[in-house]
Design a protein around this ligand. Structure first.
Ligand SMILES: [Mn+2]
Length: 430
């Protein structure tokens, strides 16, 4: 059986209010060609299909159109059986919304498990869309079982709360996650003895239990109390699983040979680089498991240009159009010697005036610094006048976490969302 493992599509995600639908659609088109050309048996999406619990219609349309086209794909599969998709919910998805169309999607061989419900673990033959999904090759032989585990709220599976010490909480978290995966492996091997089992998960797992994740991992927000306890280790996955397809961390990497993150196929924010995005092709043979990474073509880059105004001009001049790519979305972070209310417009004009390149400046942030990095107090009044909600937030952040600390993109995104919601509320009220 040949699996294609991907995760964290974040359909419907925008970047600084710019739609990403074009590059998301481009990725899905490309994915279909790979699935057909490489004779994939089962597509596995390990959570965060959508960016928000209530995705825009455009994102829903991309998703359903993709599933319809996947089901209609020609060609054969590696095993000769029907082509299937197994999709689990992530922490960004609404479990119930993802689950709502599951009966209809089953007719397309797309099995959706939006949320975890222990009662639904069920008998796999009685409930083909339960957490255990049996996949058939040519004829009717079950060739592979997917233990399709979505994002699990730790409190729902009984992980000890803040009444326990951090060590006890981490231990309890390990125990409970281990129990869930072991129980599913038991059920799978009881129902289908000898059939290989593959699991999914949407969680934070690193080789060394208790490790803190870093910004380079591109974590949109921490789950399973990782912020206080650190990551879980790969020991939570029963040894009977031949492969574990994980989502949540946006960097693609192997926790160990068997437990892997595919990473997001598209840059979701500035934390993830544009290059080195991939999907994983996983072959389960009698001899063993073979994993091949396939690079996802870049359709649009999200770039950050930082420095003095002069440096930013030079960087804008150096931007080259890349054949096959859409104009990059550029975020500018300019350091100024003195407040300058006109700098934003000037930089946008300058970017527009560049021949031979096209880029879309999506945000300009400025910070006033004098030698040594401190804010110039003599121009404080002008500085305050030039403050935006974002720069005010950044200063508040630095006042609290130190001058070298910068809020990460996910934090900024949440802040912008809050500002936006707040202003919408204000409009409604007025
Ligand atoms: Mn994600």
């Amino acid at each position: 059986m040949r699996i294609l493992h991907t995760s964290d599509w974040h359909l419907g995600a925008a970047h600084c209010e710019r739609s990403r639908a074009e590059e998301q659609g481009h990725f899905l088109d490309w994915l279909l060609t790979i699935i057909e050309a490489r004779q994939v048996d089962v597509l596995v999406v390990a959570g965060d299909v959508f960016d928000t619990a209530n995705p825009p219609a455009e994102a829903l349309s991309l998703y359903y159109r993709f599933l319809a086209r996947l089901s209609a794909l020609g060609g054969t599969t590696a095993s000769g059986g029907p082509r299937a998709a197994v999709i689990v919910g992530g922490n960004h998805d609404s479990a119930s919304r993802l689950d709502a169309p599951r009966d209809a999607l089953e007719a397309l061989e797309a099995y959706v498990i939006g949320g975890y419900d222990a009662a639904r673990e069920g008998a796999p033959h009685a409930d083909p869309a339960g957490v255990l999904v049996p996949l058939r090759a040519a004829g009717s032989d079950v060739q592979l079982i997917l233990a399709a585990v979505p994002f699990l709220n730790d409190w729902r599976i009984g992980v000890r709360g803040f009444d326990a010490s951090p060590d006890e909480q981490l231990t309890s978290m390990h125990e409970k996650f281990t129990e869930v995966y072991a129980r599913l492996a038991d059920k799978a091997s009881a129902a289908f003895p000898g059939v290989p089992v593959v699991a999914t998960g949407h969680l934070t797992c690193l080789a060394q239990r208790g490790t803190r994740v870093t910004d380079a991992d591109g974590i949109p927000c921490e789950i399973n109390r990782v912020g206080t306890l650190g990551a879980m280790g790969p020991g939570i996955f029963d040894e009977r699983y031949r492969y574990v397809a994980l989502g949540h961390i946006h960097r693609g990497f192997a926790v160990d040979g068997r437990v892997r993150y595919s990473g997001t196929p598209l840059q979701v924010g500035l934390v993830e680089g544009a290059d080195d995005r991939k999907v994983l092709l996983v072959d389960l043979d009698v001899g063993g498991t073979k994993v091949e990474a396939i690079g996802v073509p870049v359709r649009r880059r999200l770039l950050k240009l930082a420095g003095s105004v002069e440096e930013i001009r030079t960087k804008l001049q150096a931007l080259q159009s890349i054949p096959g790519e859409l104009p990059p979305y550029v975020s500018i972070e300019a350091t100024l010697a003195a407040p300058d209310a006109g700098v934003e417009a000037a930089l946008r004009d300058f970017a527009q005036s560049q021949r031979g390149t096209s880029c879309d400046v999506v945000s300009v942030r400025t910070a006033v610094v004098r030698q040594g990095g401190a804010v110039d107090a003599s121009s404080a009044a002008a500085f305050v006048a030039a403050l935006t909600p974002e720069s005010a937030f950044e200063f508040a952040w630095q006042a609290r976490y130190g001058r070298d600390s910068v809020p990460s993109d996910p934090v900024m995104q949440r802040f912008r969302k809050l500002v936006e919601e707040n202003s919408q509320r204000g409009e409604k009220a007025s």
